[in-house]
Every structure is written in structure tokens, then in C-alpha cells.
Design a binder for this molecule. Structure first.
Ligand SMILES: NC(=O)c1ccc[n+]([C@@H]2O[C@H](COP(=O)([O-])OP(=O)(O)OC[C@H]3O[C@@H](n4cnc5c(N)ncnc54)[C@H](O)[C@@H]3O)[C@@H](O)[C@H]2O)c1
Length: 371
């Protein structure tokens, strides 16, 4: 199979779909890999590393897209990439189609086989291609929060770990899932006092089993949340209700009672945010103040650490890339129910129910299409 790796063109996207390690494995398996010039540069993978393991470096995106049987990317295509679509092309990337009607139209009208990272499932029923980015964002949230707590960055001048004779910083993490537990690990490592709030008592039990008395666990209700955020120096929002907008768990009134110079990192902002005062920000203008509280609400946090993020993402995506390349899309979809779940568009049909519902369009199960 010919596999194409274009350079990402979405604003501030610095990851790349396949690393030199992936290219090496694909080439050794007999496939041809076309990598657009500088596709890995922002992730610290220069062209010569790709070339050294057998990739062909291609100057123009057009040649990558037009020659490849399968294109492997990171972010959903932006409008200027739509004209590369053609019948039978396999596109393996994050698609996030629900709010993107124009992209859905383009994929359907050109009969692209669109396989979305975010809907591929593993045997345990989890979403293995979302997990690594939540791990990155969770760990990064504390690093970012610690920086914004510095006076220079508008914070109250608290060192998370404190020093002997001073109290440590107080970190309140709302949502104890992948983001929350990864944030907790880093906050504990830095010596902070950590509280995790979650709605699921079973999840809190698991967290208690993992961290023991090093972490305080709290059941999620507005009384507990108000007390916890008022005591916190750093609040991290990591709530998720799958398929729904995040609930506004920390209200405007609660934020107004927080300590001046405390910091909120609302990681859940990509689902609307779980803090009422949060609004999406970008890496070029990441923070703002509300009632003296610093808010950091970047929707694509992993792009701040593209080398780690690319490695983490491709560790998870690569086995699927290999399977699609080895079997071809049709056989891979037939033989792997997890890949079949990833198929959002196939031969002009919309094959992912939640996207069809969000866009009020006809849904055709992939199993009815006999790929
Ligand atoms: N901003 C970014 O760059 C970025 C990157 C990765 C992930 N995210 C987002 O971070 C969020 C969390 O992702 P995750 O992978 O940790 O999800 P997850 O499903 O692993 O964890 C979510 C947790 O929220 C808990 N929860 C649900 N309702 C709650 C409530 N009312 N109060 C307290 N807890 C509640 C759940 O019980 C669960 O433990 C998602 O919105 C995800 O899209 C953002």
C-alpha cells in the first residue's frame, strides 16, 4: 500500500501522523511511505530521519494526497484540504465530524473511507486513540497551572511543592478520569496537596486504592465543590460525560469566591468546559482573568508538547495503521470490530450514528454495506 503523511495545516497544529519509527516498520513490511516535506519538523522529526528509514520526501501536499491509497493525519482536514478527496481514498485521522457539516459533505460526496481516531474502540470498549491525548493534557495541566501560579504570570505566587516551613499548594481536580488521574500524579510529584472530585463513587474507590491517603477524594456535589475550589490554589477541570457537552460544575458565583491569583485550567474546554467562566483560548493567547482568577482554557493542549504528543498518539494509532496497510481497509473493517466502529463515512454513506444524529442525516450501519 502507498501511505501518505501530509504536513498538518490546521492553525497551531504541530503533531504529525506517523513518526520515523512507524515509517521504518511500514517500509520493512513492504509498503511505500510518502512524507510531505517538513511534516514532522515541528514535532522534532526532521525530513532526514524519515528519509533514513526509507520514506520518500515529497515537496507538495497535492502529490502526497493524490498518490496515496491511505492518508494518515492528526487533525480533521481543513477546507483547503477537501479538494484532495477522491473516491476510495482511506483517511485515518481525528475527524470530529458532529459539528462539521461541510467536511462530512465533502467526505460523503467524494466517497472517502473516513476512519476517525476518536471513535475507534478496543476490545474493552474504551477509546484507545483518545486516551493518550488525555494523558498528555492531564500531566500538562499541572505544569501549566504551576507556571500561571507564578507572580510573573498573574498568579498568587505559590510554589506548588512549598518548602519546609510553608504550606504546599492546594490542587483541586474535578473529574477523576484519565485527565484527572494524570494531573494528580504530577501534582503529587511536585509535592502539592491534592483533592479529586468525581461523581462516580466507584471511580473514587479506584483512586483511593491507587493513591491511598496521599489524595483526598470527594463526592461531586455543589457543596463539596464550592468548598474545595475556594480552598484551592489550582483548579483543574477534567469532567467528561461521553457524547455530551460538559456540565458547568464550577459556577460563576463559586469562581468569584476563589482566592485572587488562583488558577483554573479547564481541560474539558474542548467539550464546552466544566467551569462556567471558561471560554476557549488558543496557544497564542492562552489565558484571561475573571474576578482575579487566572483562566487557562486551551482546546488543544497537547500541541504545546508536540514531540511527546506525536509519540504518544502514534504509539496508539500505529498498530491500526499497520493493520489497515496489511489487510486493506475493507478486510480490516470486516475483521476488526474496533476499526469498524471508527468508520464514519464509507462509499458515500454516513456510518456513525452519533454524527448522523447530530447532523440530522441518514445513518447506515457499516455492517449493512458489506465493505
Ligand atoms: N483541552 C485539551 O487539549 C484536551 C485534551 C485531552 C482531553 N480533553 C478533555 O478532557 C476531558 C476529560 O477527559 P478524560 O479522558 O479524562 O475523560 P474520562 O471519561 O476519563 O474522565 C471523566 C471523569 O469525569 C467524571 N465526571 C462526570 N461527571 C462529573 C461530575 N458532575 N462531577 C465530577 N466528575 C464527573 C467521570 O466520572 C469521569 O471519571 C474531556 O472533555 C476531554 O475531551 C481536553
Amino acid at each position: 500500500m502507498i501511505i501518505g503523511v501530509p504536513k498538518e495545516v490546521k492553525d497551531h497544529e504541530s503533531r504529525v501522523g506517523i513518526t520515523p519509527a512507524g515509517v521504518k516498520a511500514l517500509v520493512e513490511a513492504g509498503h511505500k511511505v510518502l512524507v510531505e516535506h517538513d511534516a514532522g519538523a515541528l514535532s522534532s522529526f526532521p525530513d532526514d530521519e524519515y528519509q533514513a528509514v526509507g520514506a520518500e520526501i515529497v515537496g507538495e501536499a497535492y502529490h502526497v494526497w493524490s498518490s496515496a491509497d491511505m492518508v494518515v493525519k492528526v487533525k480533521e482536514p481543513v477546507e483547503k484540504e477537501y479538494y484532495h478527496f477522491r473516491e476510495g481514498l482511506v483517511l485515518f485521522t481525528y475527524l470530529h465530524l458532529a459539528p462539521l457539516k461541510a467536511l462530512t459533505d465533502a467526505l460523503l460526496s467524494k466517497k472517502v473511507i473516513g476512519i476517525a481516531y476518536e471513535t475507534v474502540r478496543d476490545k474493552a470498549g474504551t477509546l484507545p486513540l483518545l486516551t493518550p491525548m488525555s494523558e498528555v493534557a492531564g500531566r500538562l495541566s499541572v505544569q501549566v497551572g504551576a507556571t500561571y501560579l507564578e507572580k510573573e504570570h498573574g498568579g498568587r505566587g505559590v510554589l506548588l511543592g512549598g518548602v519546609p516551613g510553608t504550606p504546599p499548594g492546594n490542587v483541586c481536580i474535578i473529574g477523576g478520569g484519565i485527565v484527572g488521574t494524570n494531573a494528580a500524579k504530577i501534582a503529587l510529584g511536585m509535592g502539592a496537596k491534592v483533592t479529586i472530585v468525581d461523581l462516580s463513587l466507584n471511580r473514587l474507590r479506584e483512586i483511593d486504592d491507587i493513591f491511598g491517603s496521599r489524595i483526598n477524594t470527594l463526592a461531586s456535589n455543589s457543596y463539596n465543590i464550592e468548598r474545595a475550589v475556594c480552598e484551592a490554589d489550582l483548579v483543574i477541570g477534567g469532567v467528561l460525560i461521553p457524547g455530551a457537552a460538559a456540565p458547568k460544575i464550577v459556577t460563576k458565583a463559586m469562581v468569584s469566591k476563589m482566592k485572587k491569583g488562583s488558577v483554573i485550567v479547564d481541560v474539558a474546554i474542548d467539550q464546552g468546559g466544566c467551569i462556567e467562566t471558561a471560554k476557549p483560548t488558543t496557544h497564542s493567547d492562552p489565558s484571561f482573568l475573571v474576578d482575579g482568577v487566572v483562566h487557562y482554557c486551551v482546546t488543544n493542549m497537547p500541541a504545546a508538547v508536540p514531540n511527546t504528543s506525536t509519540l504518544a498518539l502514534t504509539n496508539a494509532t500505529f498498530p491500526y495503521v499497520m493493520k489497515l496497510a496489511k489487510l486493506g481497509a475493507a478486510e480490516a473493517i470486516r475483521s476488526d470490530a474496533g476499526i469498524a466502529e471508527g468508520v464514519n463515512t464509507f462509499n458515500g454513506f454516513l456510518t456513525y450514528k452519533a454524527v448522523a444524529q447530530a447532523q440530522e442525516r441518514e445513518f447506515t450501519p457499516i455492517t449493512h454495506l458489506h465493505p
